[in-house]
Design a protein around this ligand. Structure first.
Ligand code: NAP
Length: 252
């Protein structure tokens, strides 16, 4: 990608921070958002030139304020990465999980990108070579039954991304989707050390290599997630679903 001013939502940790660090090192201007101010401060101290703006993506007023501040202070903003997300287990049969988990997952993972895109659309339409990049998941294509609403929000964002790409096809804005496999981050307890998740640096390396392609593909898929992406079209959905979910006991 040519030099861009890039906003990454949820860049205080994990994939968002990892991408921010690598894109910053390539000379892009990075604007990081997230709720944890101390982590934003740390990232900025470690990477002079980065900007941090504390934003709760579930708060519509905060998104409106963010867009106004970006239009004023960063009118050259040209790329937004919708990375902020939460993933929590939900036990639907036993109802051990409060309904607020499902509601906040939808507000964060689904309404967050929709609201932020709505707020930033006028600014992005004015920038040559603009990009909108959503972050879905391999679970968009084969759900993890333990995290039903999370998986559903990622499937929804995959669908929404396709429609957004179609609606923007004749504009200056290109639309991409990063669909990670399981990656070793703190997204869920124990995830960082899970042997089933992809080592973090290897994932970021592979994504950066794909972002370096010309043209950047619509779907940014590391090798490890391709089995999920093609499961349905290759007639393997039931098999992959079974393998993914066979250790989950909903009534336990
Ligand atoms: N790791 C994986 O296995 C995996 C696989 C597929 C997809 N993904 C996706 O990758 C993205 C990043 O996840 P990660 O693995 O890097 O986990 P992570 O380290 O927990 O990062 C999540 C980020 O989202 C931010 N966030 C959460 N709720 C927010 C809110 N209400 N407002 C603003 N920011 C919020 C967090 O910042 P604050 O807490 O500071 O607000 C944090 O920076 C997510 O969309 C996730 O669904 C991850």
């Amino acid at each position: 990608m040519s030099r861009q001013t890039i906003l990454i939502s949820g860049a205080t940790s994990g994939i968002g921070l990892g991408l921010a660090q690598r894109l910053h090192a390539q000379g892009h201007r990075l604007i990081l958002t997230g709720r944890r101010q101390a982590l934003l401060d740390q990232a900025i101290a470690d990477h002079p030139g980065m900007t941090g703006i504390q934003t709760d993506i579930t708060d519509p007023a905060a998104i409106t304020d963010l867009a106004a501040r970006l239009a004023k202070d960063h009118p050259d903003l040209s790329t937004v990465v919708h990375n902020a997300g939460i993933m929590q287990a939900e036990h639907l049969v036993t109802r051990q999980t409060p309904l607020t988990v499902a509601e906040s997952t939808i507000t964060t993972n689904l309404l967050g990108p929709i609201r932020l895109t709505h707020a930033l659309m006028p600014q992005l339409l004015a920038q040559p070579g603009a990009r909108i990049i959503t972050v879905t998941s391999g679970l968009a294509f084969v759900p993890l039954a333990l995290t039903p609403t999370y998986s559903a929000t990622k499937a929804a964002i995959h669908s929404w991304t396709q429609s957004l790409r179609f609606q923007l096809a004749e504009t200056n804005i290109r639309v991409h989707e990063i669909a990670p496999p399981g990656v070793q981050t703190d997204l869920m307890p124990g995830h960082r050390t899970s042997p089933h998740a992809m080592p973090f640096d290897a994932f970021i390396d592979e994504v950066m290599a794909i972002l370096g392609q010309d043209p950047v593909p619509d779907e940014i898929l590391v090798e490890r997630v391709k089995g999920f992406r093609t499961a349905e079209s290759e007639g393997r959905h039931a098999q992959v679903f079974d393998t993914l979910n066979r250790n989950y006991r909903p009534l336990a």
